[in-house]
Ligand binder design. Sequence first.
Ligand SMILES: NC(=O)C1=CN([C@@H]2O[C@H](COP(=O)(O)OP(=O)(O)OC[C@H]3O[C@@H](n4cnc5c(N)ncnc54)[C@H](OP(=O)(O)O)[C@@H]3O)[C@@H](O)[C@H]2O)C=CC1
Ligand SMILES: CC(=O)C(=O)O
Ligand SMILES: [Mg+2]
Length: 641
Amino acid sequence: MMSLNRSCFLGNQAIAGSSSPFSHSQKRRSASLKVVALVPKVRTSDRNGSVVMESTLQEVKDESSVVELKSTVHGGVQDVYGEDTATEDQLVTPWSVSVASGYTLIRDPHHNKGLAFTEKERDAHYLRGLLPPVVISQELQVKKMINCIRQYLVPLQKYIAMMDLQGRNEKLFYKLLIDHVEELLPVVYTPTVGEACQKYGSIFTHPHGLFISLKDKGKILEVLRNWPEKNIQVIVVTDGERILGLGDLGCHGMGIPVGKLALYTALGGVRPSACLPVTIDVGTNNQKLLDDEFYIGLRQKRATGQEYAELLQEFMTAVKQNYGEKILVQFEDFANHNAFDLLSKYGTTHLVFNDDIQGTASVVLAGLVAALKLVGGSLADHRFLFLGAGEAGTGIAELIALEVSKQTNIPVEETRKNIWLVDSKGLIVSSRKESLQHFKKPWAHEHEPVKELVDAVNAIKPTVLIGTSGAGRTFTKDVVESMASLNERPIILALSNPTSQSECTAEEAYTWTQGRAIYCSGSPFPPVEYEGKVYTPGQANNAYIFPGFGLGLIMSGTIRVHDDMLLAASEALASQVSQEDYDKGLIYPPFTNIRKISAHIAAKVAAKSYELGLATRLPEPKDLEKYAESCMYSPSYRSFR
Ligand SMILES: NC(=O)C1=CN([C@@H]2O[C@H](COP(=O)(O)OP(=O)(O)OC[C@H]3O[C@@H](n4cnc5c(N)ncnc54)[C@H](OP(=O)(O)O)[C@@H]3O)[C@@H](O)[C@H]2O)C=CC1
Ligand SMILES: CC(=O)C(=O)O
Ligand SMILES: [Mg+2]
């Protein structure tokens, strides 16, 4: 097992090969590595762990010379590196390059197995004494961890424990997450990740992901090269301006790319080392954060206009330069005034997709297609009303219109007319067209102005009501009752995240419709008992699509995202809803089978990509689904020789 030690940040300690103050035996020193010592007047700084240090290291003949060197830094007993007397202005170079073994091995989250290191591995890798005697299986570790997580009553504590595990033992983290996906998804993802982002500065212990800020302008390529992994396949990037329905959380938005990429691995099987979470910090307009002493980002108002565009341009150029043409960039939780422009600007030059606009659209379309089994008719027979006309709302609306257009051969300009949207100013109608943001204009149909949602429901008479407003409790009793009076089985999707922003709760939806609603929410709700019957709400969340979608793009070497791939993903997801799910009133399959579902989605997306001539991995694998499964990361421990 020859690999570079990835952890090179050890404060003022310098670990020089086998001369780490913690790790290695004399036997190993003499066998494989020369003893080196750090001379205190070191000034060269090191990058990347690839060490060039001629002037800083002296090969020493024996241990006594080390002691002599020690004395030049006036440390205490055995204080080879002068740590006892170290001051902040005493320069040292943090460097490390070695086969991970001993202490560095158990500190390396990619290789660490904790108590599951075998006796043989403990002998071969200098672990004796660093671990208690017991050797346990990964299964037992999972059992212990899930028990431990269940002890925490506060969701944020569970989140912290999970992040701690991810930073300590990556394989165990993923095995735990995969084996208990239904239970842990709400911890590493919505809703808890929302609270984690709100409190990110306070709970911050060590960095996850790559932080790129305005300070790095002109040096983004160098920043990317600081990341220890070189073979990145997917980047999830945010600028933190619209984190779930919680608004501008600036640099604290990092929880989102980290969480999304954990799902890329756990749900979609993309290897963790190929995933790069990025937060682009251009400041924040959230005064509360700017005043928060624990805020971890730039303490300034958001850069906009040219300054913003230039930083994004530099980032997008650098990622392609560093990772190649086929790097997948997923935009996440940008505010809509940037999101649509970034997508259209980079959609033609990069492999990009916006999860909030496109991933959400694909998921919701899948749910609607599945719902037809319960309510009857075709998509064209239904009428849709949205509360919220931003990224998610107009993204979903457009994909529905496209699908109906394909099914009916009616131009999309026409099929849009069955779809209506309400924003913070009321129903989007033609008289408002001049003042509308560009992405709302296609939805400005002829109608008199309507201010209130309930009046819009009564005027439009939708069969489907979709909440994408980010505003909680906006599907009020009168709104839901109107839907129930218009429809035998009203479809009500309260997509806003986290739970606090849900347009209505599951309990409200079932109670106000006397159990007739087909209800899903963006963040999960527990089952509801209404008049002696138990109703299981579904979760309509883009997490169903983006991991498999991304896997499909990556495994086929796709170079550009095409709308037809989103439609293919929708169809693939809808096909995974079983009769048993329908019998429970569900329009999405449970997350327990998500890896299988993701493989299916990946295969269909890849097939579409090959059909469109956008896939570069040739020849096309014969059985794409099997191929997808074979590409999926397994969190089982490997044996170390
Ligand atoms: N379940 C899922 O998978 C997903 C859920 N979401 C959730 O959807 C929500 C919205 O996201 P996104 O579309 O990106 O956000 P945007 O900011 O792009 O859009 C929000 C829209 O809601 C409107 N709005 C806000 N408050 C109200 C209100 N009180 N009444 C009526 N309309 C209102 C805004 O109006 P105006 O334009 O006038 O300001 C805007 O049109 C978020 O909570 C997000 O978490 C997003 C993606 C995926
Ligand atoms: C789920 C998601 O992407 C969002 O709420 O923004
Ligand atoms: Mg999002």
